[in-house]
Design a protein around this ligand. Sequence first.
Ligand code: AMP
Ligand code: MG
Length: 350
Amino acid sequence: MKTRVISITDPLKQEKEIMEAAQLIRSGEVVAFPTETVYGLGANALDSRAVGRIFEAKGRPGDNPLIIHIHDVSEWSRLAENIPKQAYLLADRFWPGPLTMILNKTRLVPMGVTAGLDTVGVRMPAHPVAIKLISLSRVPIAAPSANISGRPSPTLAQHVVEDMDGRIPLILDGGRTDIGVESTVLDLTGSVPLVLRPGGVTVEMLQSIVGQVRIHPNVMKPLREGQRVRSPGMKYTHYAPNAPVTLVRGNLHRQVTYINTEACKGEREGYRAGILATDQTISHYQTGIRLSMGDRRQPAELAGNLFLRLREFDGLNVDFILAEGVDEKGEGLAVMNRIARAAGFHIIDL
Ligand code: AMP
Ligand code: MG
């Protein structure tokens, strides 16, 4: 299959191009499109066969459910049942935006989308191309991140080309995605809202609307052998560049010393180190390929650069990657969750 890439710089003036993508969605095809979080791989959420093609294109395990994207709150009640007042309050404040809410599904939602679960995750994206695509398609769009399963999520159309060329007919290129990490996933089926995946809508922001919020213990810890999971995505390795990653946490001075020592040791043995640093520390390293995620006082900036840097390391042929830890406040929790998973929870605490 030949994959075409169409650049969309002005969604209002390029309705014709987006309509082409919408027609593909309506005919059961898979199309990649930009959202404000990362690029998504979309198909008609109400068409089981179309949804099956997403799993095929990504090589995604069949038990990992997809998020459904809508362009209008009125669509929500067709997909989810017994939507509580709290959920509408959250939608009011954070939609369109990077918040996915998990509720019981209606019968309209095919089991393929929810991977057999009786709950469904729904969100309204904030990117003008995504909104236009959903409204022109006139169907809700199921979409995971547009990467091969296990790889870092795409924040540029070029990343989607790297992973999806020849697998899908069309990629809409809307430039670099703004937030850079996937949506916050919030489970509202229990008595207290539970964060299954931290993202652009931070725990602090959620608390300001609903008060008490819990964070799932496996956000920063690996699953135990045989443990049952609330969110199947937690079971799998994610966001991993080609080289193995080690996350180094704790006192910042010690982090820098540890990373310097390990990088030098590696180089002496003939291995090329990659160092995922921050603006504050990058000049303190003496060896290795050094890339900065940005200013550690600006967690949103770190989130915006993280996947880009992880993919850059692939092009630089490093043999192993040492990643600095950052504060788990605000968007910092999402950054740490993604690095910990990219590292397969190989974490050094100092
Ligand atoms: P992705 O779209 O690739 O970012 O992955 C979607 C994430 O949302 C995965 O981690 C899923 O496990 C999670 N998710 C989607 N739907 C549900 C659901 N009904 N219940 C729990 N987690 C979900
Ligand atoms: Mg993903």
